[in-house]
Design a protein around this ligand. Sequence first.
Ligand code: ZN
Length: 158
Amino acid sequence: MIIQKQYKFYAAHRNEELQDKCRNLHGHRYGIVCHFEVQRTGSYTTLFSEFDDKIGPFLKEYYDHGMLINVSDPLYATLKQHMEIHGDDFKLREFEGPTSVENLAHQLFTEITQMGFDLVRLDVQETDTSVVSYDRNDWERDNEAQVFSKTKPVNAIT
Ligand SMILES: [Zn+2]
């Protein structure tokens, strides 16, 4: 049985490696649809609140109204310096690679799996018209190929 849960967060980012409009600082309302495999053990499987209690607060604390940023992007050093000088405390979600929607999908898949959920598919909507549908096979393939090995591991709420 599959349970679907939807979440959203707002975040800024840029794709510094691209030579188009995505190079500019901009923001998205990221829509997340999680597909969980659950086993029925009675009248209930997993209570929806179990997902909401962990995933909702995690996204709110680490992603929402933050900035996804590649630590190799020169802007990262500039922002860190600004924070030091001016005492600002920006919420920076660090990636050790480009903050593409593919890398975001991989990172979120890892983090939600680390919370102990049996995630089988994750849809990440970046714009009104584009969704990346990322499943367990994609995740395992990426881990094996170490495609996103540069993505910084982060501590999940458990
Ligand atoms: Zn973007």
